[in-house]
Design a protein around this ligand. Sequence first.
Ligand code: ZN
Ligand code: ZN
Length: 512
Amino acid sequence: MYAVSGFSRTKKTALAGPKETESLMTRAQALVLVTVFAGACSSPPPERTLIDVAATALGGADRIRSLKAIALTGSGSAPNAGQNRMPDDELPVWKVTEFTRTIDLANSRTRVRQLREAQFQFAGATVQRTVQGLDGDVAYNATPDGTMTRAGEAAARERRIELLHHPITAVRAALDPAAKITNLRAEGNDQLIDITTAKGDAITLAVDQSTHLPSRVMSMSDNANMGDVAIVTTFTDYQDVEGVKLPRRLRTMMDKYLQMESMISNTALDGDTSDLEVPASVKAAPAPTPPPVVVNVEPVSKGIWWLAGSGNHRSIVFEFDDHLTLYEVPLNEARSKAVIDKARTLSTKPLTTAIVSHHHFDHSGGLRVAVAEGLTIVTHRDNEAFFKDLLARPHTIVPDALQMKPTPAKFEFVDDHLTLKDSSMEVQLYHLLDNPREGTNLFAYVPRDRILVQADLYDASWNQHLWGENVLANLAQRKLKIERDVPVHGVIEPFDQMVKTIKAKPTIAGTN
Ligand SMILES: [Zn+2]
Ligand SMILES: [Zn+2]
């Protein structure tokens, strides 16, 4: 993810040019002006004054500069953007039962530990412990037993920006003489400035005009599905802790979605942070790069191929009389472009159509590249507004295929069912009904081969199959004679095996 400098810029007021000014001035007026200018030059620019005012309200610039560490303990919630049942439903939420965030200000280190519980039906571990940290430019993840693994450059960048989403770190960064502070403007009851840190990270700080305390920190970032997004953390419920004002409630939005809300129950200043330093072995390890996208082709039946390879998001290609149709453009542009390219090698017939199984972000991540590649999108009608919005959003921070080649979208919407049929192939599409997780899901059935093609209905490797009975009821209701499951997640299995796994007592999800 990349950050760019802040929000809308205020219009610059036009100034009279020097020639014009001279002609209008008397010598005496000029002298007065010089004096006034000299006086003005010695006072700090208004951006600097705003930082000083905010620093004073937080406890004083010297106090902020001399702070060594902050340790925050609390609880909160972390919704899952792009995983709701319907595109406009409330997001499924992880309840964060324990949360600690430690910041070593002097050494630019931070660590966030979370214990979270799924408040929604989830196929993986429903209780999870996460440990994520940053030591300078080195990001790492750790297991609960302390094993650390270096994380990639993108995580490091993201966490460096996230570290600035706190009033103390933001104001401290702005107090650094090497920081650039520009573009003072008013917005509602706040005054805003753009800060570019000595490292080049850009945030916007909002200061409440009545309390003089920071009210928000904002930064811009790229999201694979949503493109340019504002990440905004709001600070409220300030309390005094040893002479420093600290917010007890922090609420971070990504665009229109709540990303994290934390309620701080305890704050400790200047505690021991020696354990935030990453071991030399982790520091010395190269930052991992995203694994290469590999697409392997596995023939399933005549004119049907399963495109697997790296990761656990597969696609299926169907060959019709005069064209190819792809089921699923998953994950992101890189995966989906590779899948589209591979599909085009399977036949001389053109690839014309992509069925997008449902709106969840990991299944619609290839929507934009599919449109840029000229494919007609087949999806459930309830995805229409959501997908049109995703297609219209700007992706300027990390320009994607559609940003670089704006292409009008072609859609074919499905209500309850749709049959795609010619003399070579028949694919029946059905809307999955009454499912607690999947409100817009279309699964496919090929009667000739008795094949089920599905995404998120079932994966043999899931911890539990909480909506398995609903899936079996849907398949029975459609009177399908299925012999094989050819899934987007998991492996190709005989249908008997799929039923057996669903009927078996679900694994009780443990902590991972
Ligand atoms: Zn899903
Ligand atoms: Zn999925």
